[in-house]
Every structure is written in structure tokens, then in C-alpha cells.
Design a protein around this ligand. Structure first.
Ligand code: FE2
Length: 131
């Protein structure tokens, strides 16, 4: 089931919203590739892109929160570290298990749900800081 970005996830910073859209799209792609039993290399490329892109996005967002002195800046950083750890752990599991049904489902539960929840609780606080 593909998750789509909607206005409820808007942060008031268009650049950040674009990043979030890309991350959600990549997570959907990863899920579909695993479900459809695509080749290992194809899935690894998506995981690598997702990791690199997410790190770039997190750095941009952290800078923004720091520049605008958002009260949640530190918490945001901590949660970003957690997410990257999740993605790395996911990649390791993929090396061992391949596209198992449990791992395919985990994208939804551990990565997509996590990021959406993070956007709603933390990233949206940008609305109060960026003016
Ligand atoms: Fe964030």
C-alpha cells in the first residue's frame, strides 16, 4: 500500500516538504521492489539512494532548525540518528534475509510510519519557528 504525501504533513518550508515527498516515494519504491521480488542490486541501489538522500535532507533540516533556534532542534537531531540507524539495520537484515515478507512489511511499520510520525510531531514545529 503506497503512502502519499498530503498537506497534513506540510511544514511551511517548501524545500523540506519536497525532501519529505522524495523520501516517502523512495520508501514506497523500496517496498514495491521487495514485494515484486526485484533483483538484489536494484534494491540495494534504492537503499543507498535513500540513505544518501535522507542524510542530505536531515543536514538541511537540522541547519534550518538551528538557524531559527527551534526548541525541538536537539530532539530532531537525535531522532534523525535513530532513523539512519534503522535504515542501516534494515540493509543488514536485507543482506541476510533477502526480500522476506517480514522485512517487506517492516518498511511500512518501521520506516514509513516512523517518518510520518516524525514529520507530524517534530518537523511540523518548523511552522512556529520559521517566520
Ligand atoms: Fe526531522
Amino acid at each position: 500500500m503506497a503512502i502519499t504525501w498530503s498537506n497534513q504533513y506540510a511544514t511551511s518550508v517548501p524545500e523540506i516538504d519536497e525532501h519529505h515527498k522524495t523520501i516517502i516515494t523512495q520508501l514506497n519504491t523500496l517496498h514495491d521492489q521487495m514485494k515484486q521480488g526485484k533483483g538484489k542490486q536494484e534494491i540495494i541501489s534504492t537503499l543507498e539512494f535513500l540513505t544518501t538522500y535522507t542524510k542530505m535532507h536531515f543536514a538541511a533540516e537540522e541547519k534550518l532548525m538551528q538557524d531559527y533556534r527551534c526548541p525541538v532542534a536537539e530532539l530532531n537531531k537525535q531522532q534523525h540518528v535513530e532513523f539512519i540507524q534503522k535504515v542501516v539495520a534494515f540493509g543488514k537484515r536485507f543482506e541476510v534475509e533477502g526480500a522476506s515478507p517480514t522485512l517487506t512489511l517492516a518498511i511500512q511499520h518501521e520506516l514509513t510510519d516512523w517518518i510520518l510520525n516524525h514529520i507530524l510531531k517534530i518537523d511540523q514545529q518548523l511552522k512556529n519557528c520559521v517566520q
